[in-house]
Design a protein around this ligand. Structure first.
Ligand SMILES: *Cc1c(COP(=O)(O)O)cnc(C)c1O
Length: 470
């Protein structure tokens, strides 16, 4: 397939704008480009065809099943998009006089209060643009708290070895050192390991519950109590909230700070890099450190992003919460858990669950023995799923499970879809025994087969080679 730049023909254009009726302004030389901008010159129809062709080569929730574990790739109701597209929301400027922004201010305040209610927190900021950004913000709250109390020794953040990679990365970005603790054989926090990691140098613990292997840690009250007793705070990675919303609240489990991923749990489509939203909530004693808009509060201590964050993503979340209501939110979580358990149950006699117990919204399979038996890896199985029109599950994560495939069906999939997916996976299981070579060279029907991953990592080509760059 050609790139848009390769369709370019000098002189073609697609602007149908009237010519300017105000005098052109000469830019000062220091702001002007020294060479022409490399923009493709194409007609409108070429642009339309190019992007339509590209979209047909991508798999999305609207194309088929997308059980990408930890990412909550659920279907997002159209009504949320329609409401967020209203001009009253899209055409407002963050610096507009207050009397024009009352409705938007109210929507923001309502969304904050609903998210506080769902998480059991007292205050919320909508500024962070994603989960990892929220982690950074939340850890800064923890840091501010210890700094304000002149407790400068607390430089360590405890993270379980099953944690998402962003957790230790965010801790490092905040200047903390991370202490990794091993998980117990049941996949949950090893209380003894936690106890021996705790000290007066620990600023806090980062945890997700249900955790990254899809299990709810039943010792959570004891865990948060131990950290508090040692003078630390507890951070809730809310990426897995889809499993528990409306049922239990991080605030009631003893967490002090949470981030949410509105683009996972609350109806914003994701993939392709944005825009997302990672609100951060906290208990009242941390609220003074929360950022607010620069406009409303110039004295703010932590400004993490401009203005109000990704406002339209917030509107989608608000619309989603209001349309589902308290009952619907709870039902969504319960169905997410039911669907994951049903799919795991259907697969159990072929593939091996890493933890053979009731799961939450996702589960992890280990293909270690399967690989010894057939020579077919988790990667081969994932690639073969593409040929059957299913997006591959998350692979090789969490790191504590070998040959891991992590499936999260979400609540928006029907019983029929889950049964069809199970049938496909069982067929792949049989193929691994009868024709392993087919799996090792999959996918066969996708636009791209198997890229050379080593070469791609060592010599990434991230930019189109324009002639005048060469
Ligand atoms: C997705 C995810 C994150 C990071 O969130 P982003 O919005 O992608 O930055 C953190 N922790 C877990 C467990 C996740 O699944």
């Amino acid at each position: 397939m050609k790139l848009i730049f390769e369709h370019s023909i000098h002189g073609k254009a697609c602007d149908i704008l009237p010519s300017s009726d105000v005098p052109a302004v000469e830019l000062p030389a220091k702001f002007a480009r020294s060479s022409a901008l490399n923009l493709p010159e194409v007609a409108e129809i070429d642009v339309s065809r190019h992007y339509t062709a590209l979209s047909k080569r991508a798999h999305g929730v609207n194309c088929g099943f997308y059980p990408l574990g930890s990412c909550t790739m659920k279907y997002n109701p159209r009504i949320d998009e329609q409401i967020a597209a209203l001009p009253q929301f899209t055409e407002i400027h963050p610096l507009a006089p207050r009397e024009y922004t009352r409705g938007c201010d109210e929507a923001i305040a309502l969304c904050k209060s609903l998210l506080c209610e769902i998480t059991g927190m007292d205050a919320m900021t909508l500024q962070p643009a994603a989960g990892a950004h929220g982690e950074f913000m939340g850890l800064l709250l923890i840091k501010s708290y210890h700094t304000e109390r002149k407790d400068f020794r607390r430089t360590k953040i405890i993270v379980p070895d099953s944690a998402h990679g962003t957790n230790p990365a965010s801790a490092a970005m905040c200047g903390f050192t991370t202490v990794s603790i091993p998980s117990a054989p049941d996949g949950c926090v090893d209380i003894e390991a936690l106890k021996s990691a705790l000290s007066d140098e620990v600023a806090g613990l980062m945890l997700t519950n249900p955790n990254t292997v899809g299990l709810f840690d039943k010792q959570i009250i004891e865990i948060t109590r131990l950290v508090h007793e040692a003078g630390g705070l507890v951070y809730y990675d809310g990426a897995n909230l889809n499993a528990i919303m409306g049922v239990v609240r991080p605030g009631d489990m003893g967490f002090d700070v949470v981030h949410l991923n509105l683009h996972k749990t609350f109806a914003t489509p994701h993939g392709g890099g944005g825009p997302g939203s990672g609100p951060v909530g906290c208990k009242a004693f941390l609220a003074p450190y929360l950022p607010d808009s620069v406009v409303r509060n110039p004295e703010t201590k932590l400004q993490i992003r401009s203005f109000y964050g990704n406002f339209l993503v917030v509107i989608k979340a608000l619309c989603y919460i209001l349309t589902l209501g308290a009952e619907g939110i709870r039902e969504a979580a319960q169905n997410a858990v039911l669907n994951a358990n049903y799919l795991m149950h259907l697969l159990k006699d072929s593939f091996t669950p890493a933890y053979d117990t009731v799961c939450m919204h996702e589960f992890v399979l280990t293909l270690e023995d399967f690989k010894h038996e057939t020579g077919v890896s988790a990667l081969d199985v994932a690639k073969t799923m593409i040929d059957f029109g299913i997006h591959p599950p998350t692979m090789y994560f969490p790191l504590i499970v070998h040959e891991a495939l992590m499936l999260e069906p979400t609540e928006t999939e029907s019983k029929e879809t889950l049964e069809e997916a199970a049938k496909v996976l069982k067929r792949i299981y049989a193929m691994a025994h009868s024709e392993p070579e087919t799996l090792k060279s999959a996918p066969h029907n996708a636009p791209i087969g198997r890229p050379d991953e080593v070469l791609a990592a060592r010599q990434p080509v991230l930019k189109y080679g324009f002639e005048n760059d060469r």
